[in-house]
Design a protein around this ligand. Structure first.
Ligand code: FMN
Length: 195
């Protein structure tokens, strides 16, 4: 049974519009109950300046512009969904850059970002032209990121396709999309055991 009143933030990151990953995300979102909120942002519409590591120098100023908008959308959400094509076995640049900004937000005075994202759920919806094992590096990095942030890990919905609309022929992925947004897994159970 789905818990009521979740607020989903869908972050599209493909470099082409209405591509396979975006279409698969619409299929998954279609199954959400009407009382769950949905916000859709395309990261290409909100470009971020190159990320600079200021951890051991000047430190971070409060975010402005698109960074502020993305921060506020992230804080508002209970569930953050990265919708991505598979690029070189991993996240495309815009999605990765958004996550790099989390490192700055964690260290920005008065944001209390870690406390605020703790307990939210991170999900990913991915389409690549190969088979699901090719997306293991992407899935692994998001799982570790969720654990680092003390977030829940929702899981990865994977579909196969190369040309736009190919995803419509991946019957398995379309079927899995219908039930993808179930309850999240306990991230601690999914991490490799520490020796
Ligand atoms: C720069 C680039 C890198 C890619 N790297 C991979 C890859 O490592 N593995 C894979 O299976 N497909 C790869 N692909 C194929 C895309 O993941 C595939 O075409 C996918 O359907 C694109 O999704 P989209 O339509 O949402 O953009 C790559 C495509 C591009 C443009």
């Amino acid at each position: 049974m789905l818990s009521p009143g979740r607020r989903f933030l869908f972050l599209l990151s493909s470099s082409r519009r209405l591509g396979n990953s975006e279409q698969l995300a619409y299929c998954a979102a279609h199954a959400l109950p009407a009382h769950d909120e949905q916000q859709w942002l395309n990261l290409h519409d909100f470009p971020l300046p190159d990320f600079t590591d200021l951890r051991h120098g000047a430190g971070y100023q409060p975010p402005v512009g698109n960074a502020r908008l993305l921060l506020e959308a992230t804080l508002h959400a209970t569930d953050v969904v990265l919708v991505t094509p598979l690029y070189m076995y991993n996240l495309p640049g815009h999605a990765k850059q958004y996550l790099d900004y989390w490192s700055a937000w964690l260290r920005t005075a008065n944001l209390n970002f870690r406390e605020q994202v703790k307990g939210k759920t991170l999900w990913s919806i991915v389409v690549g032209s190969g088979a699901r094992p090719d997306a293991q590096p992407l899935e692994g990095s998001l799982l570790l990121t969720a654990a680092f942030m003390q977030m829940n890990w929702g899981g990865m919905l994977y579909g196969s396709g190369s040309r736009p609309n190919d995803i419509q022929d991946d019957a398995r992925a379309l079927r899995e999309a219908e039930t993808f947004f179930g309850p999240p897994a306990d991230v601690a159970q999914l991490l490799p055991r520490k020796h």
